[in-house]
Design a protein around this ligand. Structure first.
Ligand SMILES: Nc1nc2c(ncn2[C@@H]2O[C@H](COP(=O)(O)OP(=O)(O)OP(=O)(O)O)[C@@H](O)[C@H]2O)c(=O)[nH]1
Length: 856
């Protein structure tokens, strides 16, 4: 762009020898003011576009990195009872089913800039009518609208509704990118120093002559008495082509780029006439581009092509007729055309074609620049002027209102021809034409503001309104999300804190319950079994177990066997009752754990549906092979069925060793768990007949004494007896006496067998199952210990399972609440940030809108 030269500068002075006519000076001053105004507006708009670009880029980044921007739809509220202006049901494209009642407020300011906001409907203040909405269009996006090019908008809306939030956000991202690109284009456009002026009018009205006059040339554009121009010809300064005069014939199929020779064909300037007047030309073909050096004459008042601020190009159009009206009207509608100069012959006024064109073009360009040409040929100039003005008033009232600057009665031929003379210069130009030129220059600049700044202003305003609507709707949704998240935190956090506080106490409770019930069960088992074992040791049976009937001496062996079985069954029964009592203890403890669960688990957490079946305790699952547990299972030890324990030995019938060593204070039982057979000396075990009889006799003897005596004492007695035997009297009575004693003893032993066998067997069983761990008997017993351990293990197993179940539920519930709180805190923070950010966006929009509020 050419730098603006202030009116006081020498350069400006040099370029402004326009004469002293007041009208020209006035027009020039007005022109300068227009230039200054334009530059101010351009600067302001440029800043607003830049700010909008930053805003859109920020929005784009926010959408990608921080918060997937929601795309709102506004529908009529479902409760039509109180529709109220502005009340709408806000839904989001990715969540069409849930709607929120909001108030959409759209207010236009004096610059017709739409300010839109969405606020949550306060149901309590329904009596107040919400702010009015101008039209349903104000709730729709104009630039950021997501249509998928799938036809009618409502179909596109339906389709969008089915898209995911991320897809919507991606679509929005594309729209924002496109908006950014467009802003860049607009930015470039408002800094574009070019303006295009289309010169059109009736056939033979003098358009080419007028263009020549503006160009300070007599014959650039071919002129004739008959219709001549058949193609659009755009004349630009040769400065844009390295000062080379030539014609570019543009290729209709490619976009023209002066820097790319493949987009046009170069022909010499001399061929312009032939090209512009060729009857075969297609009027819709792109214009010829003519690069023209400015005429050296009148440099003090240069042609309109270059005026120090903007470069203007003039486009000479073919004369209007039925065929060319449409083409020319379309041409005039182009955004790049800043001004349409309509040339009308003073003699013909406006023809039908002219009227039709003005009518069509008037929609796009309200103001036309009208040149009433050949005014020199009119005798009654005043009448002509009145008639023409009357027509203009009808055709283009806006132009009529500004007629002083926009309607000019001139003689272009005289001006154009003037440049053919050697001596003539621009300084000699007709003052009316000079005034026309200045007016046209100002008009171009004014319209440039409209054509170049207008679209940028318009687009940016709409974009800002869309951004504002988007931000406002997202504020609503962010507020809602934040509130929901905070409410959720309020609901869950206290529960979570309570659980955290109770975690240790629950753990302590579980551990102590497990420990206490296990040790109680074990202690109970130990005590009960010890008692039972002692009873068995005395040869006594448990309740409910029958003592076998003694079958007589010959059946003593079998009797011992039966007794052994009965005693072992008694022990089995004791084990069963210990198991039963541990079942009871465990059931209570499981209930206590249930109570702990009730105390520590939140109300909505599902309690364990597991029903504790105490019958399943002590059940050998591996041997059950998936069988259902029906009724109470007694596994116990199965002592009665234990072949090792149920084997009878001789000592069960008569325990010689027990009697022999009874006098020793050392207990006869092995310090270790001994097999029963170890209790009998190996030398004696198999000699039941001879020594067995002697043993029996000795045993009987010892018992006959009413007290147990040691073998040594007995032997000492025998020694004394042998001494007595040396006495002949004693010797005489010894044989029969000993025999009688032996027989008596044997008879006694046989008589006592039904009672002694259970004692012997019981003692042996007890001895076998009993150990002494140290100095004193009965400290610990492997049987009781082992059983207590087994019972303890089983109880512990159940307790651990119950505790594990509760721990898991507690852990899961804690985790769920932790996660809810974590996510809710995250959501609340993100929503708060978004809310803050979107509020800031609304403020930024307001600020930029202020900059944009230009009256162009
Ligand atoms: N006396 C007089 N003659 C003029 C004036 N303007 C144009 N003419 C003459 O009118 C004739 C036609 O002028 P052109 O400039 O060719 O008209 P045009 O509108 O360009 O014609 P087409 O492009 O063919 O429609 C020429 O012979 C010009 O000399 C004028 O202001 N006064």
């Amino acid at each position: 762009m050419q730098p603006y030269i202030p009116p006081s500068s020498p350069a400006f002075e040099k370029e402004s020898h326009i004469g002293l006519e007041p009208a020209s000076i006035q027009a020039r001053i007005a022109g300068d003011a227009v230039v200054r105004d334009y530059e101010n507006k351009q600067h302001q708009l440029s800043e607003a576009i830049d700010a909008t670009k930053y805003l859109v880029a920020d929005l784009k980044n926010f959408n990608t990195d921080e918060w997937k921007i929601r795309y709102p739809h506004f529908n009529q509220p479902s409760d039509t009872a109180r529709p109220g202006a502005g009340r709408r049901a806000l839904t989001f494209a990715d969540e069409p089913s849930s709607s929120t009642n909001v108030v959409v407020s759209s207010v236009s300011n004096e610059r017709r800039q739409l300010k839109r906001s969405v606020t949550l409907l306060d149901e309590s203040s329904l009596t107040e009518e919400p702010a009015s909405v101008e039209s349903s269009e104000s709730e729709d996006f104009s630039i950021l609208q997501l249509d998928l090019n799938l036809g009618a908008t409502r179909h596109a809306k339906a389709l969008i509704s089915n898209l995911e939030r991320s897809s919507i956000s991606a679509l929005l991202d594309n729209r924002l990118s496109a908006a950014l690109d467009h802003l860049n284009l607009l930015h470039a456009r408002i800094h574009d120093a070019h303006s295009r002026v289309l010169v059109t009018g009736d056939l033979n009205a003098g358009k080419s002559t007028f263009v020549n006059a503006l160009l300070r040339h007599s014959e650039v554009m071919p002129t004739d008495q008959q219709p001549l121009t058949t193609r659009f010809v755009e004349v630009v300064s040769a400065r844009e082509n390295n000062d080379v005069e030539e014609v570019h014939v543009l290729d209709p199929d490619t976009k023209y780029d002066p820097a790319d020779p493949s987009t046009y064909t170069v022909v010499p300037l001399e061929d312009l006439e032939a090209l512009a007047t060729d009857m075969d030309n297609d009027p819709s073909a792109p214009p010829l581009r003519v690069f023209l050096r400015e005429n050296s004459v009148g440099t003090s008042n240069p042609s309109i092509l270059h005026n120090g601020v903007v470069d203007i190009s003039l486009i000479d159009a073919p004369g209007l007729n039925r065929d060319s009206i449409k083409t020319t009207a379309n041409f005039a509608r182009q955004e790049e055309i800043d001004v349409v100069v309509f040339v009308v012959s003073a003699a013909n006024h406006f023809t039908l074609s002219a009227k039709e064109f003005i009518w069509q073009a008037g929609h796009e360009k309200a103001h036309l620049f009208i040149v009433v040409n050949r005014f020199d040929q009119i005798k009654d100039k005043e009448r002509c002027r009145r008639a023409v003005m009357e027509q203009i008033k009808q055709l283009s009232p806006e132009t009529y209102d500004d007629a002083k600057d926009l309607v000019h009665f001139v003689d272009s031929a005289k001006v154009a021809m003037g440049f053919g003379d050697e001596d003539s210069s621009a300084d000699d130009m007709d003052s009316a034409f000079l005034y026309l030129e200045q007016s046209l220059r100002s008009f171009v600049l004014v319209n440039r503001a409209k054509s170049k700044l207008g679209p940028a202003q318009n687009y940016t305003t709409h974009l800002l309104a869309d951004v504002e609507l988007l931000a406002s709707a997202n504020c609503v949704v962010a507020t809602q999300e934040r509130d929901v998240a905070l409410k959720e935190i309020d609901r869950v956090k206290p529960e979570l804190d309570r659980m955290k506080r109770g975690k240790d106490s629950l753990e302590d409770g579980l551990v102590s319950e497990e420990e206490s019930v296990t040790s109680a069960a074990m202690a109970d088992a130990k005590l009960s079994l010890r008692t039972a074992l002692d009873r068995v040791g005395r040869g006594e049976l448990a309740e409910g177990v029958q003592m076998p009937v003694y079958p007589g001496l010959l059946g003593a062996w079998d009797y011992a066997h039966e007794v052994r079985r009965a005693l072992l069954s008694s022990l089995d029964s004791a084990v069963r009752s210990v198991e039963d009592s541990s079942r009871g203890l465990t059931t209570d403890a499981v209930k206590t754990i249930g109570g702990l669960g009730d105390r520590h688990l939140p109300a909505d957490v599902e309690r364990s549906k597991r029903v504790f079946n105490s019958n399943a305790m002590f059940f050998n699952h591996s041997s059950a092979k998936g069988r259902r547990i029906s009724g109470r299972q007694y596994v116990g030890l199965g002592l009665a069925g234990n072949s090792a324990l149920s084997t009878v030995s001789v000592s069960d019938i008569f325990d010689l060793q027990y009697h022999l060593f009874l006098s020793d204070s050392v207990p006869s039982e092995s310090p270790k768990l001994s097999p029963l057979k170890d209790l009998i000396p190996a030398s004696m075990s198999n000699e039941v007949s001879g020594i067995g009889a002697a043993s029996l006799a000795l045993g009987a003897f010892s018992m006959a004494g009413g007290k147990t005596v040691a073998l040594r004492t007995l032997l000492e007695g025998l020694v004394q007896l042998s001494e007595l035997a040396s006495n002949p009297v004693v010797r005489k009575w010894a044989g029969p006496a000993v025999g009688a004693i032996a027989v008596g003893a044997i008879a006694y032993v046989v008589y006592e067998l039904p009672r002694s066998i259970p004692r012997n067997v019981g003692r042996h069983i007890r001895a076998e199952l009993l150990i002494t761990s140290g100095a004193q008997e009965g400290d610990e017993t492997p049987f009781c210990e082992a059983e207590a351990e087994r019972i303890g293990r089983e109880v512990r197993k159940v307790m651990r399972l119950a505790a594990w179940d509760l721990r898991e539920r507690f852990r899961a519930a804690l985790e769920v609440r932790n996660e809810i709180v974590r996510q809710s805190e995250e959501t609340a923070e993100r929503a708060s940030r978004a809310l803050e950010w979107f509020t800031e966006v609304e403020q930024r929009v307001d600020l930029i809108r202020g900059q944009l509020g230009l009256r162009l």
